[in-house]
Design a binder for this molecule. Structure first.
Ligand code: SF4
Length: 861
C-alpha cells in the first residue's frame, strides 16, 4: 500500500482553527497547538493535563485538525509536484536535444520520468480511494432513505440469508486473518492514508470520545470506527451465550470454517449432523456486513451503538468494524487491542506511518506488563492435567503417533509444573527463576515448546479439550468397567490393537483414517458438545499462554514460583520490547493522562532509544488558583507529628490524632469528604477506633459516614450522594487508595469538597514481585532506579486519589496530605503540578491554622 509524505511543513493553527466546540481555555489552546506540532514533527509527546480540563476533547480536536490539514497538504502537494516535474521534464527534454553531454541529460530525464510516474500513480490511487468513499456515503444515504433496518432475522430468514451469500472466499480470508497474516498479506495496491489510533483503558472512556466528537465540527467529516472484541460486538445469541471470550472466538471461527471442513460425501453421520449445527453464522452475510460497515464509516458510533446497529440490521458488528478499520481516519480501541502485537495482527492493524494516542496513560508501563504477564494456579494446573488426560484416554486410539507425542509432552509439562509447586519442607517458599531455569528444574528443557504451541494452535487443542471436558461433565459417567480405556491396561490394549490394525493398512489409508478421526468426527463431536451451553473458562488457554511466555527472551522476564499459595507466574520486566514496534512504526505518539507525574521511569523504560523525539508538557488546571487549597498536614491537633508508616499508623497515638483530624475537619468542611486510607485492613482499624472512641458519633452529627468495602460500589455511591443532596447534608466516605473509588470516579462539586490522603501508601517492599522488579531496574538503569520505581508506585496512587476532586472549571476543593513525609521536596515534586504549586507552606502548618484556613476558604465561597 502506498503513502505520500509531504515535503512542506504545516504551520501551527490559531485557537479558532481547531474546531473546538467552545472558546478554548488557554491551556486547552496550548495543548492542541503543541500536539499539532508533535504530530507534524513526528515526535513522541508526553502530556499531563488534569482531569476536568477537557483533555480527551482537546486531544481529539488537536489531532483531527492536524489530520485534515495533512490530508489537504498531501493532495495539494501531489498535484503541485506533478506540475513541477512535468515542467522540469519538458525543460530537460528541450535541453537534451542541444546538450553536448546528452547522456547525463537523458539520465536526469529518466529520473524525472520515474518520479512523475510514481506521483501520477499515487494521485490515481488517491482518486480511486476518494471515489470509493463517495460511493459508500451515497449508498448509505440511499439505504437510509429507502430501507428501514429490520429487526434481527428469524431462524428461517437466517437460513435464507446464509444461502443467499455462500461466499467461501470470505470465510477463507477470515481464517487467514485470525492466523495472524496481517496487513502484509493485502496485495491490493491502494493508497494508505495516515490513520489516528486513539486508545484508552475502557470502552466507556472511548464512548465518551465519540460523544464529544459529535459536539465538534469534526464529527461531520471524520470516519471514526470503534474496535472491540467479539465478546463486545458479537450479535449471534447462540454464540454470545458462551460468554467467555476465548470460547466465543473459537465458536465464531468454527462457524466460519465449517463450510470448508464439512464434507457431505464423507459417510460419518456425526460429521454431517455437526456441520448442520455449525452452519455459517447468518449475521456474517457479506451484504449485511458491508451495509453496516458503510454505516460505521459514515457516522461515529461507540461500541454499544455499533452492536445495536448490528442487531437491528442483522449484520455482524465485529466483522463490520474490522472491515471499516482500513478506511477509518480515527480508530478507537482499548489498550489490549493496541498494545499486544498478536491482537494487532489479528485485527489487521497497521501502525506504519500512523498517529498513536494513548489516553489515561498514567499506568502505561504496568498495563503493558500486565497484558504480557501470565499466571497459573495449582488448581488450574490440576484441572488442565485431568482434562488433557481424559481427552487422551478417550481419543488415544484415533490419534496419530505425532499428535499423541505432543499431548504426552503437554501432560509431562503439566505434571512437572505441579511437581515444582509441591511445598517442600525446609525449602525456600517463594522463588524467582529465569524462564530457562524453570524448564531446566522441571526437566522439560528438552521439549520444543514452540512446536508444542504450534501443535496446540493448529489443532485448536484448547477448544477440543474444553468440549470434551464439558461433555464428560454433562453426561453420566459409564461405570469403570464399561468406560473405554478406563485403566492404563485397557489403554495399552487399545494402542496395541490400533498399532496392529494400522500396520496392516497401506500408508495412505492410515493417514486418511487419522485425518478423519482427528479432523472430522472427533472435532465435530467436541464442537457439538461445547456449543450449546455456558461453559467454564478453559484452564488450557491460560496454560498455553504461560508456556508461550517461557519461549520469550529470558532477559525480559522472570517466573515467580510460589508453592505456598500454589501459584506460578510470569512477570514481564522489560515492557520496552513490547512497545518497540509501536515506537518504530508510528509516525508520532502521544502519551496523555491527568496525572502523568512522575514521568522519569516512563522515559527511561519506553523511550530510552529515542530521547531526541521526546516532548514533555505539563498543563495546569483550568480552575483559577484560588479554587484549590492543598495542605501538607505534618502535625495533628495535639501538635504531635503525623507519620502513617506501616509501623506507626496502628499505634493508639496515631489513631487518636487521625480521629481528631477527621472530627475537626468535618466540622468546617461542607458537603462530601473523601478520606483515602492506605489499605482495607487499616480502614477497618480506623473505623473500629472511631466507633470505640466516640469519634464516629461526633462526626455523625455533621456527616453521614460511609466506608468502602471490597463488594460492589454502586449502591454505596448512590447513598453517599443522597446523604449530601439533602438540605444541610454531608457525608464522610472512608475509602482505600488503589481501591474501586480511587480511580476513574468523579467526585465533582459537593460530592468532593475535600480529599484527604492518609499517609504514603507504599506497597509491601518485601513482596517478591516488587523486589524482583526493583532489582531488575537497578541492574538495568543503575542503582537507585528500583527505589525510584517503588516511590513512584506510591505517588501515582496518591495522585489518582487527588484527581478525584476539582472536576471542572467552576469546581473547588481542599486537599489534605496527612503525613510529615509529604513535606519532603522529593515527594512534593512527584505531586501533580497544579497541586504542588499551590501548597503554601510545604513544611506544614499547625493544625489550628489548617482548620482556620479551610473554614475561610469555604466561607469566601
Ligand atoms: S460472525 Fe459475528 S455475529 Fe457471527 S458469531 Fe462471529 S462475531 Fe458473532
Amino acid at each position: 500500500m502506498a503513502q505520500y509524505s509531504p515535503r512542506q511543513c504545516l504551520a501551527t493553527p490559531g485557537a479558532s482553527d481547531f474546531g473546538f466546540p467552545f472558546a478554548p481555555y488557554a491551556i486547552q489552546e496550548q495543548l492542541m497547538q503543541e500536539l499539532f506540532s508533535v504530530l507534524e514533527r513526528r515526535k513522541v509527546g508526553i502530556f499531563e493535563s488534569p482531569t476536568g480540563t477537557g483533555k480527551s476533547l482537546t486531544l481529539t480536536c488537536g489531532a483531527l485538525t492536524w489530520l485534515r490539514q495533512h490530508e489537504e497538504l498531501v493532495r495539494s502537494e501531489l498535484l503541485q509536484r506533478i506540475v513541477e516535474v512535468e515542467k522540469k521534464l519538458d525543460r530537460l527534454q528541450a535541453a537534451s536535444a542541444q546538450a553536448e553531454d546528452w547522456i547525463s541529460a537523458q539520465s536526469e530525464s529518466r529520473e524525472q520520468q520515474v518520479e512523475l510516474q510514481q506521483l501520477n500513480h499515487l494521485c490515481s490511487l488517491l482518486d480511486k480511494r476518494e471515489q470509493q468513499l463517495v460511493v459508500i456515503r451515497e449508498r448509505t444515504k440511499e439505504r437510509k432513505k429507502h430501507q428501514k433496518f429490520r429487526t434481527r432475522p428469524k431462524p428461517e430468514e437466517e437460513q435464507q440469508v446464509d444461502n443467499e451469500h455462500p461466499s467461501d472466499a470470505d470465510t477463507d480470508s477470515d481464517s487467514d486473518h485470525e492466523l495472524g497474516d496481517g496487513p502484509e498479506e493485502q496485495s491490493e495496491d491502494r493508497y494508505r492514508p495516515v490513520q489516528i489510533f486513539f486508545c484508552s483503558r475502557t470502552h466507556s472512556q472511548l464512548a465518551q470520545i465519540v460523544a464529544e466528537l459529535r459536539k465538534t465540527p469534526h464529527g461531520a467529516w471524520v470516519r471514526c470506527v470503534s474496535l472491540g472484541s467479539r465478546q463486545q460486538l458479537c450479535i449471534n445469541p447462540q454464540v454470545r451465550k458462551l460468554r467467555n471470550v476465548g470460547l466465543i472466538n473459537e465458536r465464531c471461527l468454527d462457524m466460519a470454517r465449517s463450510k470448508a471442513t464439512a464434507n457431505p460425501s464423507k459417510k460419518s453421520r456425526l460429521a454431517t449432523e455437526s456441520s448442520a449445527s455449525l452452519s455459517r453464522c447468518p449475521f456474517k452475510a457479506p451484504a449485511k456486513v458491508e451495509s453496516l460497515r458503510d454505516v460505521a464509516l459514515c457516522e461515529p458510533l461507540d461500541i454499544e451503538e455499533l452492536a445495536v446497529e448490528g442487531t437491528a440490521c442483522g449484520g455482524c458488528s465485529y466483522y463490520a468494524s474490522r472491515s471499516a478499520q482500513d478506511d477509518a481516519q480515527l480508530v478507537l480501541l482499548p489498550y489490549q487491542l493496541l498494545l499486544q502485537r498478536s491482537a494487532r495482527q489479528q485485527l489487521g492493524i497497521d501502525l506504519r506511518g500512523s498517529v498513536v494516542i494513548v489516553d489515561e496513560a498514567h499506568n502505561l508501563l504496568d498495563s503493558i506488563a500486565q497484558l504480557h504477564g501470565s499466571e497459573l494456579t495449582r488448581s488450574q494446573l490440576e484441572l488442565a492435567r485431568d482434562q488433557v488426560s481424559g481427552y487422551k484416554l478417550q481419543y488415544a486410539r484415533r490419534l496419530s503417533t505425532r499428535n499423541l507425542l505432543r499431548i504426552n509432552q503437554l501432560l509431562f509439562v503439566l505434571r512437572r509444573l505441579l511437581k515444582l509447586l509441591e511445598p517442600k519442607a525446609g525449602a525456600t517458599s517463594v522463588r524467582m527463576l529465569r524462564t530457562y531455569e524453570l524448564s531446566s528444574e522441571g526437566d522439560f528443557d528438552n521439549i520444543d515448546l514452540h512446536a508444542l504451541l504450534e501443535f496446540c494452535g493448529r489443532t485448536r487443542f484448547a477448544q477440543k479439550v474444553q468440549g470434551h471436558a464439558t461433555r464428560a461433565q454433562r453426561e453420566p459417567r459409564p461405570s469403570e468397567n464399561q468406560r473405554p480405556g478406563s485403566s492404563r491396561q485397557t489403554l495399552l490394549q487399545h494402542l496395541v490393537t490400533q498399532h496392529k490394525t494400522l500396520g496392516k493398512q497401506p500408508h495412505g489409508k492410515r493417514k486418511l483414517a487419522e485425518t478423519h478421526a482427528e479432523g472430522e468426527e472427533e472435532l465435530q463431536m467436541e464442537k457439538k458438545s461445547s456449543g450449546s451451553a455456558q461453559v467454564a473458562p478453559s484452564p488450557i488457554r491460560p496454560l498455553l499462554a504461560f508456556i508461550e511466555t517461557l519461549t520469550s527472551s529470558a532477559a525480559d522476564g522472570r517466573v515467580l514460583l510460589n508453592p505456598q499459595v500454589g501459584m506460578v507466574k510470569y512477570l514481564l520486566l522489560d515492557p520496552a520490547e513490547h512497545f518497540a514496534d509501536i515506537l518504530s512504526e508510528a509516525r508520532a505518539i502521544i502519551i496523555a493522562g491527568g496525572t502523568m507525574q512522575p514521568t522519569q521511569e516512563l522515559k527511561e523504560q519506553l523511550f530510552a532509544r529515542c530521547p531526541e523525539r521526546l516532548v514533555e508538557r505539563f498543563y495546569s488546571h483550568v480552575v483559577p488558583p484560588d479554587a484549590v487549597l492543598p495542605f501538607v498536614v505534618a502535625k495533628g491537633p495535639t501538635g504531635a507529628s503525623l507519620c502513617f508508616s506501616y509501623a506507626q499508623r496502628g499505634t493508639p497515638a496515631m489513631l487518636k490524632e487521625l480521629s481528631m483530624v477527621l472530627q475537626n475537619l468535618c466540622n468546617v468542611l461542607p458537603g462530601g469528604v473523601v478520606c483515602f486510607l492506605p489499605s482495607y485492613e487499616y480502614l477497618d482499624t480506623v473505623h473500629t477506633h472511631l466507633e470505640q472512641s466516640g469519634g464516629l458519633e461526633n462526626i455523625a452529627r455533621k456527616k453521614r459516614i460511609f466506608r468502602e468495602s471490597s463488594g460492589a460500589a454502586d449502591q454505596l455511591l448512590q447513598q453517599y450522594a443522597e446523604a449530601i443532596a439533602v438540605p444541610k447534608g454531608g457525608a464522610l466516605l472512608l475509602a482505600v487508595v488503589g481501591g474501586k473509588l480511587s480511580e476513574g470516579l468523579n467526585f465533582a462539586d459537593d460530592l468532593g469538597r475535600a480529599v484527604l490522603v492518609v499517609g504514603l501508601p507504599y506497597p509491601n517492599r518485601n513482596a517478591p514481585e516488587l523486589q524482583q522488579r526493583m532489582r531488575y531496574l537497578d541492574e538495568r538503569l543503575g542503582s537507585g532506579a528500583g527505589n525510584e520505581y517503588y516511590e513512584n508506585i506510591c505517588m501515582k496512587a496518591v495522585n489518582q486519589c487527588i484527581g478525584r476532586s476539582v472536576r471542572h472549571i467552576r469546581d473547588y476543593a481542599c486537599v489534605f496530605l496527612l503525613d510529615e513525609r509529604y513535606a519532603s521536596a522529593r515527594i512534593r515534586e512527584k505531586l501533580p503540578e497544579w497541586i504542588a504549586r499551590h501548597i503554601l507552606e510545604p513544611n506544614g502548618v499547625a493544625f489550628g491554622a489548617v482548620q482556620a484556613r479551610t473554614a475561610r476558604f469555604f466561607k469566601n465561597r
